[in-house]
Design a protein around this ligand. Structure first.
Ligand SMILES: Cc1ncc(COP(=O)(O)O)c(C=O)c1O
Length: 408
């Protein structure tokens, strides 16, 4: 709808679109018989409702004088201290960590801190569309570097940095999701993490590590975060800033995350927060702090992993049973997504239209690619929200549509 205020809108507001992913979710939500693999939502069965309810009551009654008051833009010092202990950096100065309204908020302020219109952000390709649109809304050009099963391709990364610099482009940071990436499900190997940090260090480009799925590991060995590797193994310990979130482990409605890195990145971010959010919700911060302090978090993470593991297994075995040979997919060790690659001649958007009519939905891959790496023959599947039974039925349905499209 064109508003009579259109001429008064800022140029950027006029250009800004609702995300296509949101549109797809709207199209598929509440449709009878629809099995949707489109969302990116955790299962509500994983929300620790009773403990959180008890803690809200306790915190408001005992600490309401404090937490119902205005709070500081960089976050509640109590919450910060608990998070620092949980992340094994208890002695870090408070200036190196900022509590955010979900990690989206942290990613936005980080971007605001660095980006002038026309600046470049390098990302994995595919990548998380929520960040893509936030980067573009800040005026950045996002340049994608393809991934393989070990993460972002380091040779292509070096090549891309060289090309962009030759073109006179200002590369401001590298955005990576090394753990159970959204959308691909790929986890960047330890060796690859080190290689990428070395490249970033050599070219003096900071890294933003976005890691909301880190705790959701169902199989395999935990790998050091890039933030930790840079701190403990490189001369340049300040190179990596990490954004984390409680959305996937406690509930996205709490809107709580944090970002940790060098002071001269965090302090300007706090200046942005002072003007935009003022502070994250003070009660929620204290509730989450008490949740961790009372040692609920590790047990809860174990519960969630046990809850999601059979869903991932169901999706992988259903794909094996129902997809034709010409289709491949990732085999994640955690997170919430599986990425499916189709033969080059197939268009996932056309497939989506047919699938939707037949009661099954996913997100077409074109939504996840920065412009330079755009392609149509892939899609993302979510396995955290549907039931195991729906996963089997939905993938069987989808497999038969893909077979028809692939001509066998
Ligand atoms: C890779 C990635 N980063 C950030 C977010 C945003 O999470 P939050 O709810 O913490 O803002 C998401 C949510 O889906 C995500 O997948």
């Amino acid at each position: 709808m064109k508003s009579p205020l259109n001429n008064l809108y800022a140029a950027q507001t006029r250009e800004m679109k609702h995300s296509f992913v949101r549109l797809i979710l709207k199209l598929t939500k509440g449709v009878e018989g629809m099995i949707s693999f489109a969302g990116g939502m955790p299962s509500p069965d994983t929300f620790p409702r009773e403990i959180i309810a008890g803690l809200f009551q306790e915190v408001i009654l005992k600490e309401g004088h404090d937490v119902l008051q205005y709070g500081s833009s960089e976050g509640d010092p109590v919450c910060k201290q608990v998070i620092k202990s949980y992340e094994e950096v208890p002695d870090w100065p408070d200036e190196k960590i900022m509590i955010t309204v979900g990690s989206t908020n942290g990613i936005y302020f980080y971007t605001r801190t660095f980006i002038d219109p026309g600046d470049v952000i390098i990302s994995e390709s595919p990548t998380f569309p929520g960040s893509l649109v936030a980067f573009e809304a800040c005026g950045a050009e996002v340049v994608g570097v393809p991934m393989d099963s070990g993460g972002i391709d380091p040779d292509r990364l070096v090549e891309t940095i060289g090309t962009l610099r030759k073109e006179g482009k200002r590369i401001k940071f590298i955005y990576l999701i090394p753990e159970f990436q959204n959308p691909s499900g790929i986890t960047t190997s330890r060796q690859r993490r080190e290689a990428v940090i070395a490249i970033a260090s050599e070219h003096a480009i900071p890294i933003l590590e976005d890691s909301p799925y880190r705790e959701l590991r169902y199989t395999g060995e935990r790998i050091m975060s890039m933030w930790e590797i840079a701190r403990t193994q490189f001369d340049d310990p300040a190179l990596v800033t990490i954004a984390k979130s409680f959305s996937k482990i406690l509930g996205p409605g709490l809107r709580l995350g944090f970002i940790a890195g060098r002071e001269d990145i965090i302090i300007p971010m706090v200046k942005w927060a002072e003007k935009v959010t003022v502070s994250p919700d003070c009660t929620t911060q204290r509730v989450v702090a008490r949740f961790i302090e009372k040692e609920h978090l590790n047990a809860h993470i174990r519960f969630i992993c046990d809850y999601y593991r059979p869903k991932l297994e169901a999706m992988l075995s259903a794909l094996e049973a129902h997809m034709p040979d010409s289709v491949t997919w990732t085999r994640p060790e955690g997170g919430m997504f599986v990425w499916v690659d189709l033969p080059e001649s197939l268009d996932a958007e056309a497939l989506f239209e047919t699938a939707r009519k037949k009661g099954v939905a996913f997100i077409p891959g074109n939504n996840f690619f920065p412009k330079n790496t755009y392609r149509k023959n892939a899609f993302r599947l979510n396995f955290s929200y549907p039931s195991v039974e729906d996963i089997h039925t939905g993938i069987e349905r989808l497999g038969s549509i893909v077979k028809t499209f692939a001509g066998r």
